[in-house]
Design a protein around this ligand. Structure first.
Ligand SMILES: [Zn+2]
Length: 64
């Protein structure tokens, strides 16, 4: 089981503005062919603290 790092939504991330680990808000940023790009922003000040590519493994295409 390697899926634990996939769902770090509930995990607190470090916010450089608040200078502490903060709860984050997940926001859908882009929908791409290889997956969905999510943006994480600080729940307190709204600063973007990270992003994540949620890959669609089901229809993953590897170009050859
Ligand atoms: Zn913050």
């Amino acid at each position: 089981m390697k899926s634990d790092y996939r769902d770090f939504d509930a995990t607190e991330l470090y916010c450089p503005k608040c200078r502490r680990a903060v709860p984050v808000r997940k926001r859908l940023l882009l929908v791409l062919a290889e997956g969905d790009q999510y943006d994480y922003s600080c729940a307190y000040c709204g600063t973007s603290v990270g992003d994540k590519m949620d890959k669609k493994k089901d229809n993953l295409r590897i170009p050859r």
